[in-house]
Ligand binder design. Structure first.
Ligand code: NAD
Length: 383
């Protein structure tokens, strides 16, 4: 009997179409190969973002939310968020509605990938980004709006802080509860997966009661894991330390071998994810996942790359690696291994899309669909 593995998916906007079409059969083939046909993926197509708006008048239809809730996992392509007016980010909303408080972004160099580093093989870390607090909470008011004027008056009259009336304002909330549950999740992951170090990335020297508190609260939790963690480099324990965010950007370039897991508040994790992706070829190869206590949603770090929408040029690697992360999450380890191996072999043979080819000498890029076909064939032909 064939075991059906049901996976809800959101195709995504912009380049999401091309990426999905190049990836779907690769993911199916990985499962087919790994389990000799005894398991098979059944996809459930879900609407969100621009496509949902066009078809249903809603950005995030209730049916989409209910299906993700019922299945507890989903894989999604990028969704477009207009800058300035329009709607707030559907991506951020999805993370908030399912309380997906952990964002995980592995940054691992694969031989063959272009890199600005001399020894890119040392790059193998995971960025964990708190997903529900900090500036992404979106508490902000436009300059000279009624709300910002009320806020500025409050600051002037009650707090002795004087700002001009043409100031836009935002609030940066970071709580002990939010930081503690996030830190616990990441430490449990680090222990389960035999990682070697966890580094808190903060700007606590300047923002003492938000980022500084994040650092303090993370240490508070870490001290409860004293049997597994070390703060001074004892052998056979996971090193727990911290770096100021600006220094961290320098460290990942100059000393990547010293870092393993980076524990970040939301905004630091956002910036650092793209910067670190650049060390291993760019956003086209950077996967990600968002975890809560009940639901996990797997999505690439990159956005909808609107410039390349429908041109069959985008890189589906990030999405495929998200697929491998999802397979591991649902205990299809063998399918994940087969898929990752096929990607490594393909990139190692310099079969890459335009975003990577243009950073390499004498490499002709393949199309998004061709890249998917090559990987699928590799998996099919695997002994
Ligand atoms: P982007 O990630 O779409 O693009 C940044 C650069 O990387 C562009 O040059 C793009 O062409 C390139 N790029 C991205 N993905 C690529 C891929 N798979 N292959 C090859 N090249 C790739 O970021 P942006 O331009 O800042 O954002 C575009 C839209 O995507 C915005 O509406 C933004 O809000 C949204 N966005 C969505 C998500 C998400 O869905 N999780 C994440 C980030 C941005």
């Amino acid at each position: 009997m064939t075991d059906i593995v049901t996976i809800p998916y959101i195709e995504g906007d912009g380049a999401g179409d091309d990426i999905w079409h190049a990836s779907k059969e690769v993911l199916e083939e990985s499962v087919q190969k790994a389990y000799g046909g005894k398991k098979r993926i059944k996809w459930i197509s879900l609407l969100a973002g621009e496509k949902a708006l066009a078809k249903t008048g809603e950005l995030l239809p209730e049916e989409t939310l209910q299906t993700v809730k019922a299945h507890q996992v989903a894989i999604k392509g990028p969704l477009t968020t207009p800058v300035g007016g329009g709607f707030r980010s559907v991506n951020v909303y999805l993370r908030q509605i399912f309380d997906l408080y952990v964002c995980m972004r592995p940054i691992r160099f694969l031989p063959g990938l272009p890199s600005p580093l001399k020894k890119p093989e040392h790059v193998n870390f995971i960025i964990f980004r708190e997903n529900t607090e900090d500036l992404y909470k979106g508490i902000e008011w436009r300059a000279e709006s009624k709300e910002s004027l009320i806020f500025l008056t409050f600051l002037r009259e009650k707090m002795g802080v004087s700002l001009t009336d043409d100031t836009g304002v935002g609030v940066k909330p970071i709580s002990r509860t939010g930081t503690a549950r996030f830190t616990r999740w990441v430490l449990d992951y680090a222990i389960k997966n035999n990682r070697k170090a966890v580094t808190v990335v903060h700007k606590g020297n300047i923002m003492k009661y938000t980022e500084g508190a994040f650092r303090e609260w993370a240490y508070e939790v870490a001290r409860g894991y004293a049997d597994k963690l070390t703060f001074s480099g004892e052998k056979d324990k996971i090193l727990f330390n911290d770096r100021i965010a600006d220094n961290m950007f320098l460290q990942v370039i100059l000393r990547p071998e010293d870092y393993d897991i980076l524990l970040c508040p939301n905004l630091n994790g956002d910036y650092l994810s793209d910067a670190c992706a650049a060390l291993i070829g760019g956003l086209g190869v950077a996967p990600g996942a968002n975890f809560g206590d009940n639901v996990a949603i797997f999505e690439p770090t990159h956005g909808s790359a609107p410039k390349y929408a429908g041109k069959d040029l985008s890189n589906p690697t990030s999405f495929l690696l998200c697929g491998a992360m999802l397979f591991r999450h649902i205990n299809l380890e063998k399918a994940a291994d087969i898929l990752e191996y096929a990607i490594e072999e393909t990139v190692g043979n310099k079969i890459v899309t335009y975003d990577l080819a243009r950073q390499m000498d004498n490499v002709r890029p393949v199309r998004c669909s061709e890249y998917g076909e090559v990987i699928k064939k590799r998996i099919e032909q695997r002994a």
